[in-house]
Design a protein around this ligand. Structure first.
Ligand code: SAH
Ligand code: MG
Length: 206
């Protein structure tokens, strides 16, 4: 995959090993170019507190934590115990435990108890719940804060014309509702990028 002569971003052996493990265990991690994009945004914006929903084995968390500066931290939520523990090992092995705070549980139950501000939010958990996550975290994001959501184009199904197989129809409609919401919301400016599996990017403007 390349555009304009650009190849995939360089990853070290640690990230490559996580990619291999994700491939073997069918864990849906972000594409490397999404990792690179997250790093670029973080280096430019310099957020103080990043919130991630959906840790899995911590691949995307590591991309982000490597880009933060100084005291900034990444808070990441995961509801699967096995994933939560695997991620913890990976953060230790990556030497990033200091920059990452893990929360174990369902984001829908945890978000109402979180205190803001989060000036950078990455949503990458259950696609059917994106809008529920967003509604719970809108008040935690300050003006100027960025909200990103992965997999919003769902392998192209969201943009596809005509018939969509029944098993995918509900998911496509649910994702479309998220996209409509961020597009119509008076406090958000949004854009969908054809990066990885589709990345929605919103900035809170008031
Ligand atoms: N962000 C990761 C991949 C996450 S895969 C990466 O790119 O490396 C999605 C993860 O979200 C799964 O591990 C799943 O267990 C978790 N998840 C799904 N719904 C959740 C919820 N409601 N709360 C917390 N975690 C959730
Ligand atoms: Mg994803």
């Amino acid at each position: 995959m390349s555009a304009g002569g650009f190849s995939l971003p360089v990853r070290d052996d640690f990230l490559l090993a996580l990619e291999e493990r994700a491939r073997k265990d069918y864990i849906p991690i972000i594409k490397a170019e999404v990792g690179q994009f997250l790093q670029i945004l973080i280096k430019a914006k310099k957020p103080k507190r990043i919130l991630e929903i959906g840790t899995a084995i911590g691949y995307s968390t590591i991309w982000m934590a490597r880009a933060v500066e100084g005291e900034a931290e990444v808070i990441t939520i995961e509801k699967d115990a096995e994933m939560y523990l695997a991620a913890r090992e990976n953060f230790q092995a990556a030497g990033l435990s200091e920059k990452i705070r893990q929360k174990y549980g369902d984001a829908l139950e945890i978000l109402p108890y979180l205190k803001g501000d989060f000036d950078f939010v990455f949503i990458d958990a259950a696609k059917g719940q994106y809008l529920n996550y967003l509604e719970l975290l809108m008040d935690l994001v300050p003006v100027g804060g960025l909200i990103l959501a992965d997999n919003v184009l769902y392998r192209g199904y969201v943009e596809k014309e005509g018939q969509i197989a029944h098993k995918r129809r509900t998911m496509v409609r649910t994702l479309q509702k998220y996209l409509d919401f961020i597009q119509d919301h008076p406090c958000l400016d949004s854009l969908v990028l054809n990066l990885g599996d589709g990345l929605a990017l919103s900035v809170k403007k008031d």
